[in-house]
Write a protein that binds this ligand. Structure first.
Ligand SMILES: [Zn+2]
Length: 128
């Protein structure tokens, strides 16, 4: 059992609170990323010293830099996935003609492109 509220039972106030919590969390992460990026710019990794304190701070710094790197990669991956989904939606199969709706939309039936069209085949990693 979890304390999660089923979607059908979620009130408008509870939804507002969830959005507020999400915005606070995003703001906190953005602040950490900005601080880590600024710190890395001002103190390159090879200048972090070798005292125990420096070692711990170096570990924290490397962790934050890794967090920045992963956050950036994750954000880019999400953007790429969304772009690929939009292309798939655009180049969908027409159920009646079996053609790509986008590639065939202007000149059908004089110019029809069978589905999957070259764009979809390229996204799927298939050779021309
Ligand atoms: Zn197409």
């Amino acid at each position: 059992m979890t304390d999660r509220i089923p979607l059908d039972h979620l009130t408008s106030d509870q939804l507002d609170e969830l959005y507020a919590r999400m915005e606070r969390a995003e703001s906190t992460v953005a602040g950490v990323v900005a601080n880590a990026t600024d710190w890395a710019t001002r103190a390159p990794a090879d200048d972090w010293g070798d005292t125990p304190h420096d070692t711990v701070m170096g570990d924290v710094g490397r962790f934050l830099l890794k967090l920045v790197e992963l956050t950036t990669k994750h954000s880019r991956a999400l953007q790429a996935e969304a772009a690929i989904a939009r292309v798939h939606d655009l180049h969908c199969r027409n159920e009646h003609s079996g053609t790509c709706e986008h590639c065939s939309e202007h000149d059908y039936p004089d110019y029809s492109v069978p589905w999957p069209c070259p764009t979809i085949r390229a996204l799927n990693g298939e050779a021309e």
